[in-house]
Every structure is written in C-alpha cells, then in structure tokens.
Design a protein around this ligand. Structure first.
Ligand code: TXA
Ligand code: MG
Length: 324
C-alpha cells in the first residue's frame, strides 16, 4: 500500500518513474497510469494496479516526433501528415515496433501504439525522461476513465505513490487510434480526431474497424467505460416509462424532454458536442454515485465527436460478456 499523493511536482514524478514506480499523469484526453515503457517490471505493475488482462497492450507516450521515431521501424507518409496536423493531440498511431520495445507493452503484437499527448505538464515530464511512458487510462480495468486527479484517487488510491495533477482533461474521451494499411487507414477507436479530418489530411480512404468481439486491437472489448449502476441507452421516453418504479438518473445532451427524475445531467445546454464529451465521464461518475437505481442515457447526434460519445455510451450499456 502507498500513501498516494496528489501534486504538481514534475521532478518528483520523474524521480519516481526513474525508480520504476507508477505515476498517474494528466493528458488532454484522460488521465494515464504511467510507468517506464522499457522496464518490464514497471509494466507488470501497471497491469496489476489496473487489474488489466495482459493481452491488452499499452500506448507509449512520447514528447515529440524525434522520440517517437526511436520506437518504430517505419513511419508511413500518412502518419507524418497526421502528426504534423494533430500531434501533440488526441490521436494514437499503430506503427511497426522496434525490438527495443518490450513485448509486454504490445502484448506480443508487431505493432506498437504511440501518442504525443498535448498536456503541458506531461509534455515537460516526457521531455525530461530518457524512456517513453507506457500509460493506459488510470482507472481500474472496465470502469469509466478518469478525467480529474480525484477520479484517479477514487480508483487507484493506495496502489500508486503519486498523481500528477493537471486539472480537468479538456477533451474528456480517449484518443482516436489509427493503423496504416497499404492503401488506407483503419480507425480502431473513435475519438476527438474524426474520420473526416483524417481523410482530409491524408487523402486516404478510412475504414472504421472497432473490433469489439474479436479484437484485432486487443482490448477493444465491448464491456468498458461501465458504471456500476445499470445503464440503459436508447429512447429515453420509453425507457423512462418502463422504469417508472425506480429512482432514475438521466444523462442528457442539450435539454430535458420534460421527464421527471431523481437526478438529471444536461451535458451541454448550448448543444456543443465537444463540451458534452468533456463532461461525459464526470457525469457518468456523478450518476453512479447518486442515490438512484438506474441511469438512462440518450443517443447523441451521429456526427463529429458525437460518434465517439455514442461508442462510449454503447459500451457502458453493453450487457454481454464482461472481459477486462
Ligand atoms: O487517450 C488515450 O489514448 C489514453 C491516454 C492516457 O493517453 N490512453 C488510453 O489507454 O486510453 P488504454 O490502455 O485505456 O487504451 C488503449 C487502447 C486499448 O484498447 C489497446 O488495446 C489499444 O489501445 N492498443 C494499445 N496498443 C496496441 C497495439 N500494439 N495494437 C493494437 N491495439 C493497441
Ligand atoms: Mg482504458
């Protein structure tokens, strides 16, 4: 057990990471649970602290394109174009891995996931280290990702020594994950960088392949981002009518369509999808902690980051096999 400290001391974070300890780090998407990505023992600690299945690989975080180049054997032109436009930012690249990357990071895959996050604290931490940081989202496996230092404390307090506090995450959803095929780009996870932006930047075709059931990106397991309370997604009026006897919490986009509830969260009264995304995971946590029996969520508009929001809502609502 650790006495977990929340602070803003980059030097202390670096000192702990250099010793092989884990530190939670802020990014613009969600908080990450970071360890030395070249140290198999540190990586093993990440899997253990999160209770994460070891077949689910980790993203390596680096400060810039130079650092990124050290861990791959090739960089497709389309990737360079995306990096120029969107990195640092909420996008992760699947690239052919160098032998220097431990197999434990990639769960045996020949491709490694790399990302340059855009949070200033974490960027300066990364610049000061001579190794990349392996970092999954800093939540117990399967639960909602953390978008504030306090969320990390709620899930991992006692399991790690330090949480680097960078405030609330501005994007609020995990990065878009892209892989490169000969003639097209595959989106493995939806995020703030959209298919339309990727097509516009690279001129390539894009295939969205969210492999939930039979993961090619291992860890694209369907039951994820889940609340402990039952979570129903879909037509909110009919789900409300069916659950009248229960204490209801509502998760809404712009407005309440006139339904009574014990708690209701409206994510963006002005109808701004980016604002809704930034507030989504905090709202799910708030509803999970509220004195209600069930959470009813509505679907978001199917464009822009609305697609990534719906993906997270669907996984939270999934009733199938729970894995990870
Ligand atoms: O925004 C983000 O990406 C956040 C922040 C902390 O950077 N990280 C994050 O990590 O969401 P995690 O571990 O919760 O999700 C990473 C996803 C997993 O679904 C994993 O299976 C996939 O990336 N992934 C990682 N390495 C991979 C690889 N080599 N091949 C295929 N998929 C990979
Ligand atoms: Mg995660």
């Amino acid at each position: 057990m650790y006495h977990t400290i929340i602070g803003k001391d980059i030097k202390e974070a670096a000192r702990l990471l250099e010793k092989g300890e884990l530190v939670a780090i802020p990014t613009e998407t969600v908080y990450g649970l970071a360890g030395n990505g070249l140290d198999p023992q540190a990586i093993a600690k990440i899997y253990e602290a999160k209770n994460r299945p070891q077949f689910n690989p980790l993203i390596l975080h680096v400060a810039n394109e130079n650092q990124l180049g050290k861990w791959v054997t090739a960089l497709p032109e389309a990737c360079s174009l995306l990096m120029q436009k969107f990195s640092p930012g909420p996008i992760t690249y699947l690239l052919p891995k160098s032998d220097k990357v431990p197999d434990l990071v990639t769960a045996g895959s020949k491709r490694v996931a790399l990302r340059i996050p855009s949070h200033p604290l974490t960027l300066s931490l990364l610049s000061s280290l001579d190794f990349p940081l392996a970092a999954p989202s800093a939540n117990p496996s399967g639960y909602v990702s953390p978008v504030a230092a306090k969320h990390v404390m709620d899930g991992l307090g006692g399991k790690i020594p330090y949480i680097l506090d960078g405030g609330d995450c501005s994007v609020g959803l995990e990065s878009t994950i892209v892989g490169f095929e000969d003639d097209h780009i595959v989106i493995h996870r939806l995020g703030a960088i959209t298919a339309a932006q990727i097509i516009e930047t690279t001129g390539k075709k894009v295939e969205v392949r969210l492999s939930h059931a039979a993961p090619t990106a291992p860890g694209q397991l369907k039951r994820h981002y889940a609340t402990q309370k039952p979570f129903l997604l879909g037509d909110i009026a009919s789900n409300h009518a069916l659950n009248k006897a229960k204490k209801i919490g509502l998760l809404l986009f712009e407005k309440n369509p006139g339904l009574t509830a014990d708690t209701a969260v409206i994510l963006s009264p002005s109808g701004d999808l980016a604002e809704a995304a930034a507030g989504l995971f905090s709202a799910m946590r708030k509803l999970d902690a509220a004195n209600i029996d069930i959470i009813l969520a509505e679907r978001f508009p199917e464009h822009g980051i609305g697609l990534a929001i719906n993906d997270r809502l669907e996984r939270a609502a999934f009733k199938g096999v729970e894995e990870g």
